[in-house]
Design a binder for this molecule. Structure first.
Ligand code: UTP
Length: 453
């Protein structure tokens, strides 16, 4: 109670004192789990006495390793990445702690069934990619899932129900990201959704650093000699876990943090873009990119801010540790949201401020970064919305189109409209298909290419 008062949360302290028995115990437990000094700092600087922008940041174009510029360099990057995998220097973290609000799916998003033929889940597809790389490179490739209190138990139960999708249970782990309370926009008081329940939400994908530190994941990786942590989003089944080309490009650049980008489809596409901000590599969210820059074109007619982030990064383990330990700090962002609260005078208006950290805010903190372009149709088809753009429908179309292209490159006849799905353990790359599919094959019904026996 005293700590709540000291942190400027006397209203919450009073609500706690009004409760008794189990209800008191439940609320007291949630209060005890709060990082009160962080909450106090966020409320003070972003709600009660918000500081204005010190200066207008100077945004400039990013330096990107474009596909067309370095075809040979890419083969070299791939070879370097493959060697790093064989040398057991790489781990993968799947970001799976989000609430998936836009998709409107009740369970963790990774359980969403996306396979165009099999209806395999997003988790199943990512796990298959991990299994394929472990087999092909003879490596451990530790696989961690970042969950949140709302997704952790269901995620692990799902993996267990599916026998860890064939992975050794000792090699798959979860760590749970932190939660932050929503606060009243006028007073900074922590909100309740019920008398004995605070309004809490995950602390954003930038919570990965603190969470990896707390759960001793970084120490474990250090002991194993792993120095590259690839992070990827759960909702993009086209992404190849531990993509050797990205890992290699990251290592060749001696980068502390790297980003995989694809070309935006239009100036208006709602994607964060790579840029420089005050001279440092950064990602600028679409809502923060001034309209004139969004529409800017180079002398050759190409979009200036074309490099959309896929949300895939490689992190140097030492760099991640510096952030996890608080030696360098990620900023928090403030978002006005609607949340369910006990006393809600206007059920339409935004009634809460939430705080979130973003993984990409680590970019300007890195001594060196690499930004690597890949073809969108090969690596990026996220499931964000229930329908329209970036929905299950557009994602399945992209999965089928990629599988069809790969098969056609091996001589297989794939008529328009055919539905095909390739398990990552069958092929993670078109070259893997050579010798695995008969070239005189004609697809005339939905076909799934399963893992080899
Ligand atoms: P998004 O920003 O797309 O959020 O997350 P979301 O939760 O999936 O969906 P909406 O915005 O509520 O509709 C991108 C990736 O980051 C992870 C998500 O699970 C997804 O893989 N993420 C996001 C976390 O792991 N933790 C968070 O706090 C937020």
């Amino acid at each position: 109670m005293d700590q709540l008062e000291a942190a400027g949360q006397s209203r919450l302290a009073a609500s706690l004192s009004e409760l008794s028995g189990d209800a008191h115990g439940r609320l007291a437990l949630q209060c005890a789990a709060l990082d009160l000094s962080l909450v106090q700092r966020l409320v003070q600087t972003m709600v009660r006495s918000p500081q204005g922008q010190a200066h207008r940041a100077e945004i400039g174009p990013a330096m990107v390793d474009r596909i067309a510029d370095h075809p040979d360099g890419r083969a070299e990057a791939r070879a370097v990445g493959e060697q790093a995998l064989r040398d057991n220097r790489v781990a993968v973290v799947l970001l799976a702690g989000g609430q998936g609000t836009r998709l409107g799916f009740d369970s963790p998003k990774g359980m969403f069934r996306i396979g165009p033929v099999t209806l395999h889940s997003l988790f199943a597809i990512h796990a298959a990619g991990i299994g394929a790389s472990r087999r092909d490179y003879g490596c451990d490739l530790p696989f961690w899932l970042m969950t949140s209190p709302g997704t952790d138990a269901e995620t692990m139960a799902f993996f267990e129900k599916h026998a860890m999708f064939g992975l050794d249970p000792r090699t798959v782990g979860t760590f749970v990201q932190g939660m932050l309370p929503a606060v009243d926009p006028a007073t900074g008081d922590i909100l309740h959704e019920a008398p004995d329940q605070l309004t809490l939400s995950p602390d954003g994908h930038g919570g990965i650093f603190r969470a990896m530190g707390r759960a001793a994941v970084l120490g474990d990786l250090e002991e194993r000699g792993i120095d590259v942590i690839m992070t990827m989003q759960v909702d993009n089944p086209l992404m190849r876990p531990a993509d050797p080309e990205l890992v290699g490009a990251h290592l060749m650049a001696q980068a502390e943090m790297s980003t995989l980008v694809v070309a935006k489809t239009s100036a208006e596409e709602r994607m964060g873009v790579m840029a420089t901000v005050d001279g440092r590599t950064a990602l600028v969210e679409y809502s923060d990119l001034p309209k004139d820059l969004e529409q800017a074109h180079d002398a050759d007619g190409a979009l200036t801010y074309w490099a959309g982030s896929t949300g895939v990064h490689c992190l140097d383990r030492g760099f991640a540790t510096r952030i996890a330990s608080g030696e360098v700090e990620l900023p928090f962002h403030r978002a006005e949201k609607r949340v369910a609260t006990v006393d809600d005078p206007d059920p339409q208006a935004a009634n809460a401020v939430k705080f979130e950290a973003f993984i990409f805010d680590a970019l300007p903190l890195a001594a060196r970064t690499a930004t690597v372009e890949m073809a969108r149709e090969e690596r990026f088809a996220p499931v964000k919305n229930a329908d329209g753009a970036d929905s299950p429908d557009t994602c399945r179309v992209a999965m089928v189109a990629r599988a069809s292209r790969w098969l056609q490159s091996s001589g297989v006849t794939v008529p328009d409209g055919a539905v095909v799905e390739i398990d990552p353990r069958f092929a993670q790359d078109p070259a893997d298909l050579h010798g695995r599919v008969p070239t005189d094959l004609i697809i005339d019904e939905p076909v799934y290419f399963p893992p080899p026996a």
